[in-house]
Design a protein around this ligand. Structure first.
Ligand SMILES: Cc1cc2nc3c(=O)[nH]c(=O)nc-3n(C[C@H](O)[C@H](O)[C@H](O)COP(=O)(O)OP(=O)(O)OC[C@H]3O[C@@H](n4cnc5c(N)ncnc54)[C@H](O)[C@@H]3O)c2cc1C
Length: 419
């Protein structure tokens, strides 16, 4: 067999049972927000270098729009573009899924049986939705008032549930795992409540926010700002409640009740509508790989985003181990650090010491139609506002920024390597 590449001074074909299909200087795993953003930035800065993305999906989603789609503000198709149209020009698209990482050999294996080697690997496959971790949920979703904005396919059903609920109990859950967009479980609750308020039905509906956590939001200033919102809609928070099963036919949600970190009881609540934020975790192929930390996330340094064991591997976005809020806004900041360091490594052989990710995440908390509290914070939960105004106040201007400006900034700025 012909030797194609030498990695770390070794003949790689001696180390591998399969032949290499290809080699790329920069290999990106995942063509989501993080993968496309990094590809676009690299393409802009390094016009002639070889960049490839491994991504199985034909479509790319702007997931932050899904809350609006489910609340009837935009058609869900507006959140979707063809993958071929968002992958930057002169970046190779390998339409396949990574299954195995061989970091010692600088290669990955794919579902189609390819073995692809790289100089630098950027790991960005997002987070995994674990529908089956709640008994009865996978089967029940999309029936009997059980819905979720965490699935593109279910967005129309969320809208239908909001429309059909006129009396009874509406439950909105938040899981005991890490999950993307810390505000999403509440945003859809406030938009649903505002719909019911405008329709005159809110007084007949008991809205419960059932969360495994012990506060409404993890950043104190934001939690304080949400107090009047919760009061306005008559939302009853039920803390330390973690959804564990759904009895779809009976319309009953079953919760574990926690005290001091232990399950002490169980509760059943009958519902008319159940909006579920499902448990989430690192994708299985990451968990089972040498790249994972003890919790299964890609084990990177929290400021440089470089892998803690393999210096030619970086990770950003929802799959990374950094302890920030998992948001597209975080991806925007992280991408600059990853790209800057990669360029520095290629050009000078060393990292760019001036680049450091501070844990920035943003939660545009939609609190009703025309109302938004813009929460931005860092690793220390310190508020880091982008605008010289009190962002803890509900504002129409911020609502329009989120609804009308951010999608343009995403498609035309971030995904084109400009933001
Ligand atoms: C309902 C909802 C509301 C949200 N609201 C906001 C918001 O208001 N503001 C905000 O900033 N963020 C928000 N987010 C979060 C934001 O969408 C994510 O944090 C962001 O998309 C993360 O980017 P990513 O590239 O890590 O993952 P993704 O964008 O999810 O992309 C991951 C990509 O990896 C691919 N992939 C998976 N497995 C493999 C594999 N084995 N091999 C190759 N490729 C693979 C997938 O097909 C996918 O294309 C929201 C998310 C949801 C669901």
């Amino acid at each position: 067999m012909k030797t194609l590449h030498t990695v770390s001074g070794k003949d790689v074909n001696e180390m591998q049972s399969k032949p290499f299909s290809t080699h790329h200087q920069f290999l990106i795993v995942g063509g989501g927000s993080a993968g496309i953003t990094v590809a676009a930035q690299l393409r802009k800065k390094l016009a002639d270098n070889d960049i490839a993305i491994i991504e199985p999906s034909e479509v790319h989603y702007y997931q932050p729009m899904w809350t609006f789609n489910a609340a009837g503000v935009f058609e869900k198709e507006k959140s979707k573009r063809l993958m071929k149209d968002v992958i930057p020009k002169n970046v190779a698209w390998i339409k396949d899924s990574v299954t195995v990482f061989n970091p010692e050999n600088n290669s990955v294996e794919t579902a189609d049986g390819k073995l692809i080697s790289y100089d630098y690997l950027i790991v960005a496959p997002g987070i995994q939705i674990d529908w089956d971790k709640v008994e009865g949920l996978a089967e029940g979703l999309g029936t009997n008032g059980i819905c979720s904005i965490y699935s593109y396919r279910n967005l129309d059903y969320v809208e239908e549930c909001i429309k059909n609920t006129k009396t009874g109990t509406a439950l909105f859950t938040q899981p005991n795992t890490k999950f993307k967009c810390g505000g999403a479980p509440q945003k859809i609750m406030y938009l649903a409540s505002d719909t019911w308020k405008k329709r005159g039905d809110l007084g007949n509906i008991n809205v419960h926010f059932t969360t495994a956590g012990s506060v409404i939001f993890g950043v104190k200033e934001v939690a304080d700002a949400l107090e009047p919102v919760v009061e306005r809609y008559g939302v009853e928070p039920k803390y330390l409640h973690n959804l564990k099963a759904v009895k779809a036919d009976e319309k009953i949600a079953v919760y574990d009740i926690y005290k001091d970190g232990k399950v002490v009881d169980e509760a059943e609540i009958k519902f008319e509508m159940l909006h579920v934020t499902p448990p989430q975790s690192s994708p299985d192929f990451i968990k089972n790989s040498p790249l994972a930390d003890a919790e299964g996330w890609v084990d990177v340094h929290k400021h440089t985003l470089q892998h803690n064991t393999y210096p030619n591997i970086f990770s950003l976005g929802d799959a990374g181990s950094t302890p920030n809020a998992k948001t597209g806004a975080a991806v925007r900041k992280q991408s600059r650090v990853v790209t800057g360091n990669l360029i520095s490594l290629v050009k000078s052989g060393s990292m760019n010491e001036s680049l450091s990710y501070d844990g920035y995440g943003s939660c545009p908390l939609i609190t009703g139609f025309g109302k938004l509290i813009l929460a931005e914070f860092d690793y220390n939960n310190k508020i880091t506002p982008s605008f010289p105004i009190n962002q803890m106040k509900e504002r129409r201007s911020m609502y329009h920024m989120k609804k009308d400006l951010l999608p343009i900034m995403y498609w035309e700025g971030m995904l084109k390597g400009r933001a």
